[in-house]
Design a protein around this ligand. Structure first.
Ligand code: SAH
Length: 218
């Protein structure tokens, strides 16, 4: 690990460990998720000017009116994703800073991720390559339609709020596959849901109320 990855002061391992303790106190139990988050340098996913705040449990701006999600929410969604065994192939809608994708890359075999804002896509692609994450594939496109080329997926995670559940995403799930998605209007309370594709149809489970930037259709 080089000096930048290791971090100093407000980005040191001690500061990171404190965040993990906070997540545990808030109810996150999955040891694999907690350990992967303990080791992943979140300060490398935000602007240098915000690095000192990277291990607070808050969403932070990443430009283009977008945010890197709050660590607790990232942990909660990742825990939900792993709740019924480890999925092999995961699709993420809303690459943003790449933090969620990089976390998933530590936990599952292959990650596909879609982003619609070109500068974010380009910056994050470079960032993930710099971190030597070879099991993440990025694409610039509207995630409403999923990523047909690599479907079906064992799990799909959406990190922006959809007014309605995009049917393409359900169609691109394996039987038994799960979709983790915040649903609701842009500036109102949204519900984080887990949907599961079964032989009989789709089952739905509510996780909690959340606040995400909107899923924008192009
Ligand atoms: N997972 C990200 C969170 C970024 S915020 C992270 O860890 O940093 C949500 C992202 O979803 C934004 O970058 C936004 O541009 C993107 N987004 C919104 N609508 C989208 C769409 N239809 N397709 C792909 N990405 C979308």
């Amino acid at each position: 690990m080089n000096k930048q990855t290791q971090g100093i002061g407000m980005t040191s391992q001690r500061t990171r460990d404190r965040l993990i303790e906070r997540l545990r106190a808030k109810g996150i139990q999955n040891q694999h998720v907690l350990e992967a988050m303990r080791l992943l340098p979140r300060h490398l996913f935000v602007d240098e000017a915000l690095a000192s705040r990277a291990y607070e449990d808050d969403a932070l701006p990443i430009g283009h009116k977008q945010t890197i999600s709050q660590p607790y929410i990232v942990a909660r969604m990742t825990e939900a994703l792993l709740a019924e065994g480890v999925p092999k192939k995961v699709l993420e809608i809303g690459t943003g800073s790449g933090y969620q994708a990089a976390l998933l890359a530590q936990l599952v075999q292959q990650v596909y991720t879609l982003e619609r804002i070109k500068p974010l896509y380009l910056q994050t692609k470079k960032r993930l390559a710099g971190l030597n994450l070879r099991n993440v594939r990025c694409k610039l496109s509207d995630g409403t339609w999923g990523w047909e080329g690599y479907a079906p997926y064992d799990a799909i995670i959406v990190t922006c709020a959809a007014a309605e559940i995009p049917t393409s995403l359900i169609e691109q799930l394996n039987l038994g596959g799960r979709l983790i998605i915040p649903v609701g209007a842009a500036d109102a309370a949204q519900q984080l849901l887990t949907l599961k594709r079964t032989q009989q149809g789709v089952t739905k489970q509510k996780l909690e109320d959340v606040l995400f930037v909107p899923l924008v259709r192009d």
